[in-house]
Design a protein around this ligand. Structure first.
Ligand SMILES: *[C@@H]1O[C@H](CO)[C@@H](O)[C@H](O)[C@H]1NC(C)=O
Ligand SMILES: *[C@@H]1O[C@H](CO)[C@@H](O)[C@H](O)[C@H]1NC(C)=O
Length: 664
């Protein structure tokens, strides 16, 4: 048994189970220069390095291996509204927890920085602060320094310091506070207990105060540090980012921020203690103890017990611990189960076959109604097979639970039951798109609806590829994975999970995870899913929606199977690409249809590097960029002849251009 194997997973994000409860907790008050995060649920932050959100807790570091993490407000603040005008004062307060496992960290700092991208900075020693100001990077930081470094014996390893553009503090003091009678009480920063810090800067009197207190204590009258400081040149920068930075050494150490309030010209709003994720910090802490005691139970068993009994006992204990560990592990990653089996059982009338929505490569999907809230849900019953699969699966779900976008089907929560996992999704009352395209008793979608579905799915996929904090490859884009909501908007479902498909069940699902007809040639060859393989599938999808035909048709009388994209291409070559448009469409926009079909063909180009990225696809669809003319011949190139084609640029910039010289 490997008692600590779960450790690296500990910080992995937790499911947002009680969404509603958190919704009002954090807010950025628009129009004012103020932000209040009572817990970081849905916080608008740029995270890098080891920083991540564990549910509503901001975790800067808690991975092993000398990491550092940063979290900055995603938009810049402006301390000087008019160039040359007066400079704003600021006030901020935050609650942090440092340490509690074998702590080897360096501490944490609040920062105002000229950039919110200091990810390359590897100077773990220095709280993840930039190590020199030789470059253009300027900053102000209040550090909670806990470095235990024998090389710096004379440095107090439990101090609060003020730093400007340098790792050397302008001023520092042992961490603590002055009580009402003016006596100094020291506070151990790395105790794992929450502490609150206030930083107040007055731009008129050029004074900076830093005050520290134990959690939930009122703010002490006397600041810990009060120093004359002229921050004018820093604060007059047109953009400054506020945020946090932390660094740890080789061992796991924890730096968490529980709440943060910031205000320009005025006192920062007090934090609402009842909303801060203290419980979560306790859970994380408790969990590490549980592991240590587990280890001791086994090692400490008395040797006088006959060996056989001992072994038997050990096996039982191991198994018990492992099961508990698995449950715990799952909970830590995904949060406590958000639904009970009983609830789901009732919601689906005992998983009644009448409520079966479908059977996928994945498992069975049921429709249900929650009895307490009358909310409609869809429940997927999944049984990941291998142990490895299960672990990955859990990690995946923990992450997917946090992905939110109007064109993605929202994962609401989960429930474990025996070996099964039940995933609960928003129910999409109108079912999947394929039913409409192939007219299985559904009305024909008109052109506007089709175009809006295509745009919606493009936007959802673009979010997964480009806008979320990590790249999520969908792996199985197809009409049956696009569900329609109340207003017939398209929503992509099952993102990121396709690789866990049980390959045996669905004949159309292949070994490489995906569906025939939507699989890019290099995916079939190399088996590696990428953004470009998703774009390929999306291209096929676009064509499918416009033509109302399956990507691959059955071969009639032993002939070649019908390949939709090839057929569209041949229509184009023979003069009219719009000849391929679904004949069921009575009316459609000629120009739009042409664009979508050509774009579909370009997306499903056999050379991955010639496919546009999703951001660009969206731009073309929204007519924010013009798809350059290209001729059908340029689509059927041999891999060796790609020199003929100029580069397709694809970057995050909005001004990217696609150039296909085409022709031979
Ligand atoms: C800083 O502390 C001093 C001394 O307590 C106080 O007089 C001053 O108003 C404080 N300044 C700010 C900006 O809070
Ligand atoms: C503060 O710094 C600014 C810019 O460096 C300078 O113009 C100003 O005179 C300074 N004010 C004081 C009181 O030192």
């Amino acid at each position: 048994m490997a008692p600590f194997a779960w450790r690296p997973y500990l910080p992995i994000l937790v499911f947002l189970c009680h969404t509603a409860a958190h919704l009002h907790a954090s807010e950025v008050i628009p129009g004012t220069d103020e932000l209040v995060y009572n817990g970081f649920f849905k916080a608008d932050l740029n995270l890098d390095g080891s920083a991540l959100l564990i549910n509503d807790l901001l975790s800067l570091t808690n991975m092993p291996d000398g990491t550092n993490g940063h979290a900055f407000c995603s938009y810049p603040l402006s301390f000087q509204r008019i160039p040359g005008g007066s400079i704003s004062s600021f006030s901020t307060t935050f609650v942090v927890t440092i340490g509690f496992r074998r702590y080897k960290g360096h501490g944490l700092a609040f920062m105002l920085s000229s950039t919110n991208d200091i990810s390359d900075n590897s100077a773990g020693q220095f709280l993840g602060l930039p190590s020199s100001s030789s470059d253009d990077h300027v900053f102000f930081a209040v550090e909670l320094d806990t470095v235990l470094n024998p090389e710096f014996k004379d440095i107090d390893n439990n101090h609060v310091g003020i730093n400007v553009d340098s790792l050397l503090s302008v001023e520092s003091h042992t961490a603590g506070f002055y009580d009402s009678s003016g006596d100094f009480k020291s506070v151990e920063l790395r105790s794992g207990k929450p502490v609150q810090v206030w930083v107040d800067y007055d731009s008129k009197s050029y004074r900076l105060n830093v005050t520290l207190a134990l959690y939930s204590m009122p703010k002490p009258e006397l600041p810990l540090l009060s120093t004359p400081l002229n921050l004018s040149s820093l604060l007059s920068l047109s953009s400054l980012y506020a945020g946090f930075s932390a660094a740890s050494d080789k061992f796991t150490s924890d730096h968490y921020v529980l709440g943060w309030s910031f205000k320009l010209d005025g006192e920062a709003q007090p934090l609402d203690y009842s909303q801060l994720p203290l419980g979560l910090v306790k859970d994380l802490k408790h969990h590490s103890r549980f592991q240590y005691s587990g280890e001791m139970t086994i090692l400490g068993a008395p040797t006088i017990i006959p060996a056989v009994v001992l072994i038997a006992l050990a096996v039982l204990i191991c198994r018990y611990l492992r099961n508990r560990k698995e449950d715990k592990e799952f909970e830590i990653m995904c949060g406590p189960p958000s639904f009970t089996y009983k609830e789901l059982f009732t919601a689906t009338d005992g998983f009644n076959d009448k409520l079966l929505l479908g059977k996928g490569g994945f498992g069975r999907v049921y429709e249900g109604v929650l009895s307490n809230s009358a909310q409609s849900i869809a429940i997927k019953r999944v049984s990941p097979e291998s142990k490895q699969g299960k672990r990955e699966f859990m990690a995946e779900i923990a992450i997917l639970g946090r992905v939110r976008h109007r064109n993605l089907v929202q994962l609401l929560g989960y429930c474990r039951y025996k070996k099964e996992l039940l995933l609960v999704y928003d129910c999409m009352p109108n079912g999947s798109l394929d039913k409409y395209l192939y007219n299985k008793g559904k009305p024909v979608l008109d052109w506007a609806q089709r175009l809006s579905i295509i745009k919606g799915v493009a936007s959802g996929l673009c979010y997964l590829h480009e806008d979320w904090e990590r790249v999520i490859i969908h792996r199985d884009i197809k009409a049956s994975n696009v569900l329609l909501d109340n207003s017939m908007k398209g929503r992509l479902s099952d993102f990121g999970l396709a690789r866990f498909h049980d390959h045996g069940v669905d004949a159309h699902t292949t070994r490489v995870a995906g569906t025939w007809g939507y699989i890019a040639p290099e995916l079939a060859r190399l088996g590696k899913a990428t953004k470009a393989t998703d774009v390929f599938a999306f291209g096929i999808f676009m064509i499918e929606v416009v033509c109302g035909r399956q990507p691959i048709g059955m071969a009639v009388d032993g002939g070649e199977p019908f390949v939709l994209a090839d057929w569209v291409l041949s229509m184009w070559k023979s003069g009219s690409v719009t000849g391929a448009v679904d004949p069921k469409l009575e009316d459609y926009d000629q120009e739009d249809a042409e664009l979508v079909l050509k774009l579909g063909l370009l997306c499903s180009h056999s050379l991955p590097k010639l496919r546009p990225c999703m951001r660009l696809v969206m731009l073309y669809l929204e007519r924010g960029a013009r798809l350059n003319e290209f001729c059908p011949a340029s689509l059927s190139v041999d891999p060796d002849e790609d020199k003929e084609i100029d580069h397709v640029l694809c970057s995050s910039g909005a001004s990217t251009i696609t150039v296909l010289s085409g022709g031979r």
